[in-house]
Design a protein around this ligand. Structure first.
Ligand SMILES: [Zn+2]
Length: 264
């Protein structure tokens, strides 16, 4: 039997073959294929148990980020109304361009004043990754992906209440607004100004469905999402942010289905 010291191991040449023994004296045996498969199977089972929990935790974290975004928009909104004699930002500007409110709130969110045409191209500043967006939003329908690639700063998962805050030059009737924030003094906590809008995985339709939570004379609100625990996050007219279930938002209150989208 030849014993050779090689790399701090003794190699024992026996009749059965070569055995490795390290210098501490403990024998080392290689895993068999069956043992390896058992280990892989156990890891797979553990991963199967852990992954749903991880994905749930991620969804929860995204929901909290979305709520925090609404809260930051609320602070920006209150600063804006202070500077503009209580007037709220508007959903569009002259010509019907969408998401004009983002441009108006930009200086109050730590961003420099930008032009509207720069804003619509700015994915990072005004799109889904920004405070104007919802991290869980899945985008517009694939058939209309050109909307998003053309104007990434417009489509982000959070929409404005166009019913109350339309452009003054385009508004044809009183219910379109725009309003002063003081108009909500009766029940400011029961009027939603910003909220989660549906994405293209559950909804198809006009561009307005992806940028506004309500429009004048809509009847039942159909432009709201249920992506966070069967509900959505909202910024309310008093500046606070709060989650509400889709059922509650759609049911309204006092037999008025669109109660949470109207001024009180
Ligand atoms: Zn959201």
């Amino acid at each position: 039997m030849d014993n050779i010291v090689r790399n701090k191991q003794l190699e024992w040449k026996t009749r059965e073959g070569v055995k490795h023994v390290n210098m501490s004296g403990a024998a080392r045996r290689d895993f068999t294929l069956i043992e390896l498969l058992v280990v892989v199977a156990i890891i797979a089972i553990l991963a199967g148990m852990l992954l749903p929990a991880l994905s749930q935790a991620r969804n929860k974290a995204n929901g909290m980020k979305c709520l925090a975004n609404c809260k930051q928009l609320g602070s920006a909104l209150l600063m804006y109304t202070n500077d503009y004699d209580s007037w709220l930002p508007t959903a569009t500007e002259k010509g019907g361009t969408p998401a004009y409110w983002k441009l108006q709130l930009a200086p109050y969110t730590g961003r420099a004043q930008v032009t509207w045409s720069n804003m619509v191209k700015d994915l990072k500043g005004f799109g889904q990754p920004s405070i104007f967006g919802c991290p869980t939003w899945a985008g517009v329908p694939p058939a209309n992906s050109n909307w998003q690639t053309g104007e990434p700063g417009v489509y982000a998962g959070l929409g404005w209440n166009r019913w109350l805050c339309y452009n003054p030059e385009l508004s044809s009737n009183g219910s379109d607004g725009p309003q002063k924030i003081t108009y909500f003094k009766q029940r400011p906590t029961e009027t939603a100004l910003v909220g989660d809008v549906p994405d293209g995985t559950i909804h198809t339709g006009a561009q307005d469905n992806y940028v506004t939570i309500a429009r004048a004379n809509d009847g039942l609100p159909t432009r709201i999402a249920s992506r966070h625990s069967k509900g959505g996050n909202y910024l309310w007219a008093d500046g606070h942010a709060e989650w509400r279930s889709l059922v509650e938002m759609n049911s309204g209150k006092n037999d008025i289905p669109n109660w949470y989208f109207k001024a009180h």
